[in-house]
Design a protein around this ligand. Structure first.
Ligand SMILES: [Zn+2]
Length: 117
């Protein structure tokens, strides 16, 4: 039996949490994150549909990002999927001239990707 506590990374918010040695493996730091991940999972089809729409509107980069987001959601990479979504959003804010908000969104995306650890 493995008798140690080792930090795990939440699959939704990318926060580190300590797994209880006796407990069964958990992927999320809290019930709230598990719940949010479930909601995100049920939205994968919607994200894929949005990708198609943006593709038809002549925004292939956005479509590509959304497709990547959808496939990450399907494979359970929730934090990475959210990072992808935030990057797309940051791109939009930048286009609107709000570099500060764009930078904040990018920093959040970086955190979700596990950067800066
Ligand atoms: Zn979490």
């Amino acid at each position: 039996m493995v008798n140690e506590t080792r930090p795990e990374q939440c699959a939704f918010c990318a926060k580190s949490f300590v797994r209880q040695p006796m407990g069964r493996p958990r992927r999320f730091c809290s019930p709230a994150c598990r719940q949010a991940a479930y909601r995100l999972r049920t939205s994968a089809d919607l994200v894929a549909a949005r990708a198609e729409t943006w593709g038809r509107l002549g925004r292939p980069k956005v479509a590509e990002g959304l497709r990547r987001e959808a496939s990450l959601i399907v494979s359970g990479e929730y934090a990475a999927a959210r990072a992808e979504g935030l990057d797309l959003l940051a791109h939009d804010w930048e286009a609107l001239g709000d570099r500060k908000t764009a930078a904040e969104l990018r920093a959040e995306a970086e955190h979700l990707r596990g950067g800066g650890h």
